[in-house]
Design a protein around this ligand. Structure first.
Ligand code: FAD
Length: 470
């Protein structure tokens, strides 16, 4: 009898434990994707990127003589109906660890197993299961460095090889078209701009990894903070959608380290930041929505409805590096890590706006949107999270730009108003943003929302107020 393989954020053939085991069993396999209650809540760029992932993965499955069945509805109901339609006796999937997904998956498991069905989850999204890494006291890690020390030498299984063929069922269940899911319609702006920057599918993800190992990894440690350079792997987009498995990336990094390649160990450390974010989200799920440090509930965020949040979103704060970052996000669906920190710090400290505003804008705009990394990143930036940057260490965006964008290449690349002959990315911003923003390259570059020194003083005063109220 067939096995339903429920794909969610794991659109690959290699390094896929559930798929591997299903293929080994010799049983017919029905690959399925469901636009379910969790996926419905994704931001526009994530939905758009998901659409691309599904298109390419569907083609990949076709080349193996299989196909990706597409459905829409509550996961529990859709899978229940599919089991009835197909006579499948097993439904397998790759585990997810964020609270919404866990809630959904538990409901599915309870419902399917109540009839004796083999509903089973497999590892694959992470290197280490979040419950399998423990402090000496048996708790979970709230600080990154000891977690890194705990896992750095741990063996990681080698990645499963991609199956060459998949057995099809006698008859395929009814299948919706990708268009009918309407994942692209959420993206009412900028889709044709984003497409130039996306690197979709397993084959391209593996190419990206190879490219990184061919050169940039050597200078990774020294150059990874310079946003105008192509010094990082850019694999976040593919890891987020599971187009490459973390074990594949880990073993490639480990081999590079064993070959004495500079930067390789630092790269592995970054992969463990990803693990750390899931470790936190799994063991302390409230981190996704609530201040991890409860004293932050007393922080005097500015909640007035002035236009500063919009100016931040539109890349019109008058601080060039922040504006370049926000426009990179809008135009490419990606933002360099250093700039995520700078733009996030500016929003939460200079503008005193709640980190959740930034979190949800990133969720709306990032093609590498990841519920754990995004939540941890924002709580880190704001100072409210575990192992976060102390609030009083306020990034000065101008000094950051002088240090990490010395020749202003990054700023020039994205802020048209500041250069004589703007390039394509800078101009694309005006094409991508909604008409209602009323922006053209001829608009004068704005004055800063707030003087940087004044913003810093105001932020520190707010921090003191929170301490007094706690
Ligand atoms: P590389 O430098 O090549 O790193 C390799 C991989 O390690 C990345 O692909 C990523 O999977 C992981 N990684 C690196 N840094 C981090 C980190 N700080 N936290 C967690 N994992 C990390 N990353 C996302 O994937 N999705 C998000 O939604 C996201 N939101 C963020 C929000 C904020 C406010 C901040 C400060 C960071 C956020 N990050 C997020 C983390 C980080 O910025 C990106 O993972 C990184 O910029 C991706 O570029 P890269 O693939 O070239 O990274």
């Amino acid at each position: 009898s067939p096995i339903i393989l429920w794909f969610r954020r794991d659109f690959r053939l290699a390094d896929h434990a559930a798929l591997s085991e299903a293929a080994r069993s010799g049983r017919p396999i029905i690959p399925v994707f469901i636009l379910d209650e969790v996926v419905e809540t994704y931001g526009a760029a994530a939905k758009w990127r998901l659409n691309e992932a599904l298109r390419v993965f569907g083609d990949r499955l076709k080349s193996l003589g299989s196909k990706l069945v597409l459905r829409r509805g509550r996961a529990k109901d859709v899978l229940g109906a599919l089991v009835n339609e197909t006579g499948a006796t097993a439904t397998w999937w790759t585990r997810a660890y964020d609270p919404d997904a866990i809630r959904r998956d538990k409901a599915v498991k309870t419902s399917l197993t109540s009839t004796g069905h083999d509903a089973r989850s497999f590892p694959g999204h992470l290197l280490f299961e979040p419950w399998a890494v423990k402090t000496k006291q048996g708790g979970f890690f709230k600080v990154y460095s000891p977690m890194w020390r705990a896992v750095r030498g741990r063996p990681v299984d080698s990645a499963n090889i991609a199956p060459k063929t998949l057995v099809s069922p006698y008859s395929w269940p009814e299948n919706g078209s990708l268009e009918s899911l309407q994942l692209r319609t959420a993206m009412n702006r900028g889709a044709d701009v984003l497409v130039r920057h996306a690197c979709v599918g397993e084959t391209r993800a593996l190419g990206r990894l190879r490219h990184f190992l061919d050169g940039p990894i050597d200078d990774y440690k020294g150059r990874r903070d310079f946003p105008a350079e192509e010094a990082t792997s850019r694999l976040s987009e593919n890891l987020a959608w599971g187009e490459i498995g973390p074990r594949t990336v880990w073993h490639a990094g480990l081999q590079a380290m064993n070959e004495g390649r500079q930067g390789a160990e630092h790269f592995l450390k970054e992969l463990v930041w990803r693990e750390f974010s899931y470790h936190l989200v799994y063991n302390s799920p409230e981190i996704v929505n609530c201040n991890w440090r409860p004293n932050w509930n007393n922080f005097p965020w500015q909640e007035n409805s002035d236009d500063t949040v919009w100016r931040w979103k539109m890349g019109r704060t008058g601080v060039p590096i922040v504006d370049a970052a926000m426009r990179q996000l809008y135009v490419t669906g990606y933002m360099h890590n250093r700039c995520r920190m700078i733009a996030g710090s500016y929003l939460t400290k200079h503008l005193l706006k709640h980190w959740r505003i930034g979190q949800s804008w990133f969720e709306e705009c990032l093609v590498d949107w990841d519920p754990a990394a995004n939540a941890m990143g924002w709580q880190w930036v704001a100072g409210s999270g575990p192992d976060a940057v102390p609030f009083f260490r306020i990034f000065n965006p101008q000094k950051q730009a002088e240090k990490f964008d010395v020749e202003k290449r990054y700023i020039s690349n994205f802020v048209a108003e500041l250069v004589n002959e703007p390039g394509r990315d800078a101009l694309d911003f005006f094409q991508a943003c909604p008409r209602s923003w009323n922006l053209t390259p001829d608009c004068p570059y704005p004055e800063p929302i707030i003087d940087l020194g004044e913003g810093r003083r105001r932020a520190l005063a707010a921090y003191e107020e929170m301490k007094l109220n706690t």
